[in-house]
Design a protein around this ligand. Sequence first.
Ligand code: HEC
Length: 100
Amino acid sequence: MKAALLLSLSCLCVNGLAAEGKQDHYEPGIALPEADGKALILRACTGCHTLEGVPAYSKYWGFDRWLPMVENMIKHGAVLDEREKIVVTQYLARHFGTDG
Ligand code: HEC
């Protein structure tokens, strides 16, 4: 029982990433500007939580600060390859950071 529960929990994010608009995604909760990276963020970043915490960093974080955050999320289970990781980080730094 316990193993099955853990398994289904850990699958939640991975499955959720496969297709957009699935029930196991959270609403982003914030407006995401139309730009390269938006679709990736919607796919990779809303499986576990809303994005309501993201704007808090807008005034403080550039690319160099967002990168370790995104890498931390990948450690948690966000699915992004090396190239996607950079696109997402640039998007965050530009639209929710100091690189805009
Ligand atoms: C597999 C689950 C998972 C995915 C996918 C995920 N996160 Fe997270 N996120 C977490 C967890 C767990 C925390 C809280 C612990 C921590 O901060 O390390 C968190 C915390 C955060 C926080 C800080 C909390 C706050 O509201 O201030 C931000 C910002 C964040 N995530 C952004 C992202 C972004 C951007 C992505 C996509 C690249 C993403 N997350 C994908 C699990 C995830």
